[in-house]
Design a protein around this ligand. Structure first.
Ligand SMILES: [Zn+2]
Length: 291
């Protein structure tokens, strides 16, 4: 059976998996992301996770990584991995693994996964979001994953939701990521996001709902699926507040009826998404248009 190696690069952990052409995750391994200024240590952790799962039979490697990045993941600069600034991820992985490597933004990879096998299966127009250490997003419009100029389209974490809000790692102020990410919540409350009060959970939900409302109006879409440890960990308090704020803000006729749903693939989403980056590059149909 044909498989690909899937790698997920996150600010907290690195994951590797082996995924079949039907999207089934056959093996997985994780490593903590080294909190080191040295980019080589970060790459070594990723390759160590890969070595644990790979059989050598994989036909390609797909990677989801935090952004920003240049097109095709040639140079990645994830905001929450200080050791990687313009790091040549695709080329370094191709050298180390000896197979073709295809890199995309992790939230765009998740959008592929959710449209392929998850909560947006078969949908032509939707936003997929990750609310965890950071906040990211990917957009499917007219059945196609949007790339944008450098491949960062859909990066909803840097929509401004509080004009006088907190400083963001991007240099801006009041971005969704600076208000609702796990990092931001920990900085606001002085405790890990997992210990956040009901009111903090609702506040994060409101911020996400606000950003989704603007996106729904901008792009004429009516579905957002939300993944990530913060959103899924906050559960109903978060999702109910997000839906309320979406309905309060997205008033134009075509955006009414928009819904925010938990992502369908749970903690398999990032690796299934990374695999979808590779399967798509190999010509497999992932979204409704076949791309
Ligand atoms: Zn920002």
């Amino acid at each position: 059976v044909e498989t690909v190696l899937a790698l997920d690069v996150g600010g907290t952990k690195m994951a590797a998996g082996v995924v079949g052409a039907d999207g089934r995750l056959l093996a997985r391994a994780t490593r903590p992301t080294p909190d080191a200024p040295d980019g080589e240590a970060v790459l070594a952790a990723l390759l160590d996770a890969a070595a644990e799962v790979r059989t050598g039979e994989e036909v390609a490697c797909g990677v989801g990584s935090g952004g920003p990045m240049t097109a095709g993941g040639e140079l990645v600069s994830p905001l929450n991995i200080a050791g990687w600034r313009s790091f040549p991820l695709r080329a370094r992985l191709a050298d180390a693994l000896g197979v073709a490597v295809h890199v995309d933004n992790d939230a765009k990879a998740l959008a592929l996964a959710e449209g392929w096998r998850g909560a947006a299966r078969g949908e032509r127009d939707f936003l997929a979001m990750v609310v965890s250490t950071g906040v990211g997003g990917g957009l499917v419009l007219d059945g196609r994953l949007l790339d944008g100029g450098d491949g960062n389209a859909g990066h909803i974490g840097h929509l401004v939701v509080e004009p006088d809000g907190r400083r963001c790692a991007c240099g801006g102020r009041g971005c969704l990521e600076a208000e609702a990410s796990g990092t931001a919540i920990a900085a606001r409350t002085g405790a890990p996001a997992s210990a956040a009060s009901v009111e903090e959970r609702r506040r994060a939900g409101r911020m996400v709902g606000r950003a989704v409302g603007s996106t729904a109006a901008l792009l004429d879409l009516r579905l957002a699926v939300v993944a990530g440890s913060v959103a899924l960990g906050f559960g109903d308090d978060f999702f109910a507040a997000a839906q309320d704020e979406l309905e309060r803000t997205a008033r134009i006729s075509f955006a009414r009826g928009a819904v925010i749903r938990p992502a369908g693939l749970g903690d398999e989403g990032p690796l299934v998404g990374a695999s979808a980056v590779a399967w798509r590059a190999l010509g497999h149909a992932i979204l409704v248009t076949g791309t």
